[in-house]
Design a protein. Structure first.
Length: 332
């Protein structure tokens, strides 16, 4: 996810009339960390994230999760809840076997991708930009693209869409495009992220004529996530509120502190589904275990309406970009 962080943006790019163009680069979201400026910006983002955790976010509850049987029997109702809340959990989106096979594949692919980058392949051809990634070329948190042509990835997507169809069909329809197919790997020591949204809210004052159907990102755990491995934290119902794009940092903090917060608590194969506009962040991994999430992002709208880099949900290999619809993974 090449993130656009309104919270950092508005703090650094507000104009005299109070509007920040939501297009500036995000100091917290980097690909490979080149140069002193990027390193300093990354450190500042990490400090901001710690402050958010200590001062602004209190009383974190669990992400509400619908039992699998409710998802199958009442998919349209759950879809409405997700539209309203901006995030929801569903258990058992992948079987344990599929999750284990995919995890082994991601681990292997990561080693290969790192070796290829070290041998000269462009970092951006294998990895996406990620907020608060830690030090070094690869950092401690990576966004590693996953190829659909690899059997474990195709198998996982097939199983996921078959199992979650009762929810996803009313939510985005079977013609929905897969905008992202990737994985998040957070190693021991991965820092907490700044609170961010992956895509901006449209229309907004800067783009009054633009509109986009919601993009839903599905984070699927490939192992049980213990508390110290870092859950994903969400601020529900923040996905339609775009005042944050255009206000001062102090006002952003007041807003964040006023919101309720929930965290994902996923077990192997469980999914957290969220609207890409909802404010969220990955928490720090203080354990000695690697956390891996497989993820995809789907939307009824096939193309982002603004040019060049404004779309934050674009973690996908070029070969798979705009290539897949949800129905491609379903039997009939
Ligand atoms: O690590 C996580 O749980 C969330 C990561 C995330 O939100 C991001 O990189 O955009």
């Amino acid at each position: 996810m090449q993130l656009i962080t309104p919270l950092v943006l508005a703090a650094t790019a507000a104009t005299s009339h109070g509007l920040a163009a939501p297009v500036a680069s995000n100091p917290g979201a980097t690909t490979s960390q080149g140069g002193l400026f990027a390193a300093v910006a990354a450190k500042n983002a990490e400090m901001l994230a710690v402050k958010e955790g200590k001062k602004l976010i209190k009383d974190v509850k669990k992400l509400p999760a619908a039992p699998f049987s409710m998802m199958t029997e009442k998919g349209p109702t759950l879809a409405k809840l997700l539209e309203r809340e901006g995030c929801v959990g569903v258990p058992e989106a992948l079987t344990l076997e599929t999750a284990a096979t995919l995890r082994a594949f991601v681990e292997e692919r990561r080693d290969v991708a790192m070796a290829e980058v070290e041998a000269g392949a462009p970092f951006e051809s294998r990895f996406g930009g990620v907020n608060c990634r830690g030090k070094g070329v690869f950092g401690t948190r990576q966004d590693l693209y996953q190829p659909v042509d690899a059997e474990p990835v195709k198998q996982a997507l097939t199983e996921f869409f078959e199992r979650l169809r009762p929810l996803l069909e009313p939510l985005v329809g079977l013609d929905a495009t897969l905008h992202e197919i990737s994985s998040l790997v957070a190693d021991p020591g991965a820092p907490r992220q700044c609170i961010h949204a992956d895509t901006i809210v449209l229309p907004c004052p800067q783009y009054p004529a633009a509109s986009m159907e919601p993009l839903y990102t599905c984070f699927i755990a490939l192992q049980d996530v213990d508390d110290d491995m870092g859950h994903t934290l969400f601020l529900p119902q923040t996905h339609t509120d775009h005042t944050l794009w255009n206000v001062r940092r102090q006002d952003q903090e007041t807003y964040i502190a006023s919101r309720k917060a929930v965290e994902s608590n996923l077990k192997t194969g469980d999914v957290a589904i969220f609207d890409s506009r909802v404010l969220h962040c990955g928490l720090g991994n203080t354990s000695n275990k690697r956390r891996i999430l497989f993820y995809c992002t789907v939307s009824a709208q096939h193309a982002w309406p603004l040019p060049d880099g404004l779309h934050g949900s674009n973690s996908v290999l070029p070969a798979d970009r705009a290539r897949w619809r949800v129905r491609d993974f379903l039997a009939e």
